[in-house]
Ligand binder design. Structure first.
Ligand code: GCU
Length: 431
């Protein structure tokens, strides 16, 4: 498999089974050897999420929430994803389609243009929202961050044809781009959930040099050419876009904005983890194959490492510039993935991985989930409660959930059984 491609492998794999896992993993990526040998993972000590910067232990939920949690958020901002601005004062929601019946009367569809600033020629994103037509009360909702335009994410001819970034870094109509697997919205509606989706490229492009075309450019200070070393990369920008989508959902009376879960695959799995960590309004997170820079422990030298991720020809633009400084010094990284998961407490988080997706280090994700357990327990919630990694096909659906499918990178249709169960367990109210 080639790891040189700039375009997400999850694009090929989202929501469908695929064959890439059958090929042997690359031994060297961006000139850096890749370790797939458990015996050569190395030894490491994880930073303790329950010790304050001043060395004092965190013994109660209040100290966690008021003191330690903000310290860790700041460490991730400074060292991995970058700081972000708030919403701009000029932001506008244009509900260009209000209440259209969709999916044979099962859904009410709305389409909203979210203008990120008062300048309507600047970047904007299209938000597609469905709520069950039969709902009499505000519904919980799954907000999806997609590699595809809305019109290619669902099977509904009524959705406005979006635009996507093509391989030549120019926008093209979504109808002319490749379509991938679609999300089964009706299944969610039947279970009483609403569904919304946005296209990540509407927020910020996913290529080096994309800065001028996305939201980050809107917030550069006069004379500033690049975000500072501790300012947002593309992942923080996509996460910021999810928060702006939630700003809209808070205004939609059909939606219970206190029960909005977020879903993303691969680099967008990294994104939903950070979005949930940074914006506590999100009620739950489902991260599929988020891997390095997401839920996989960076200190474990297995599969992708910070060095691979931030190599100049790969994805440094997705993170703040400071992150690359830890490529050769992961022992000095002040945080690790277990602390990212801990930031989600007490809210539910489900990690979905694949047993053949070695590049993303499914075991590293499991170990991060185990190490986030003490924080969940401190706030009265249930971690994985085991240090034994379950085999493929065996879900653990506690407040921290872990599910490894048999197969490779991305989400396959059967993962949705677990997603739905997890959402129902945590976000549905008894009727
Ligand atoms: C590459 C990258 C991963 C990323 C993935 C994706 O494989 O190395 O970190 O998760 O692309 O987004 O598909």
């Amino acid at each position: 498999m080639s790891f040189k491609r700039r375009w997400p492998i999850a694009i090929l794999s989202c929501y469908t089974a695929y064959g890439q896992a059958d090929r042997p993993p690359a031994a060297v990526v961006a000139g850096i050897p890749v370790n797939y040998d458990e015996a050569r993972v190395g030894t490491y000590t994880l930073p303790d999420p329950l010790v304050l910067a001043n060395g004092k232990p965190v013994r109660d939920a209040k100290t966690w929430t008021e003191k330690r949690r903000p310290e860790i958020v700041q460490l991730f901002e400074e060292n991995q994803y970058g700081r972000v601005p708030g919403r701009s004062l000029g932001m506008r929601f244009d509900v260009f389609e209000k209440d259209t019946s969709a999916f044979d009367g099962k859904a009410i569809r709305r389409q909203v243009a979210v203008y990120f600033s008062a300048d309507k020629s600047g970047p904007k994103m299209d938000l597609l929202v469905y709520v069950p037509a039969v709902a009499t009360k505000p519904v919980p909702l799954l907000l999806n961050l997609s590699f595809s335009a809305n019109s290619n994410t669902v099977n509904d001819a009524g959705v406005k044809d979006g635009e996507v970034w093509g391989p030549d870094k120019k926008k093209l109509p979504a109808s002319k781009s490749r379509a991938f697997g679609k999300i089964d919205v009706v299944r969610l509606l039947d279970a009483g959930f609403g569904f919304a989706t946005i296209y990540y490229g509407d927020i910020d492009p996913d290529f080096a040099g994309g800065l001028p075309y996305g939201v980050r450019a809107l917030f550069l200070k006069p004379g500033q050419a690049q975000p500072a070393e501790n300012e947002w990369g593309a992942i923080a920008a996509w996460a910021w876009g999810l928060s702006r989508a939630l700003d809209y959902l808070e205004t939609d009376k059909a939606v219970d904005a206190k029960r909005v879960a977020i879903l993303g695959v691969s680099r967008l799995g990294k994104t939903v983890l950070w979005a949930g960590a940074h914006d506590t309004r999100f009620a739950a997170v489902i991260a599929s194959c988020s891997g390095e820079g997401g839920a996989a422990l960076s200190r474990r030298n297995y599969g992708e490492t910070i060095a691979h991720l931030t190599a100049p020809a790969r994805f440094p633009y997705q993170f703040c510039a400071n992150y690359g400084k830890f490529a050769e010094h992961v022992d000095q990284f002040p945080v690790d993935a277990h602390m990212l998961l801990a930031l989600l407490a007490p809210r539910p988080v489900l990690l979905q991985t694949g047993d053949k997706d070695l590049w993303s280090d499914p075991k590293g994700e499991f170990l991060a989930a185990v190490a986030a357990g003490p924080v969940y327990r401190l706030v009265g919630k249930q971690g994985l409660d085991t240090e034994q990694m379950p085999p493929a096909g065996t879900p653990i659906l506690h407040d921290i959930g872990y599910y490894m499918h048999a197969g490779g990178h991305g989400t396959i249709p059967s993962d949705w059984d677990q997603f739905l169960k997890f959402l129902q367990m945590h976000l549905q109210r008894p009727s």
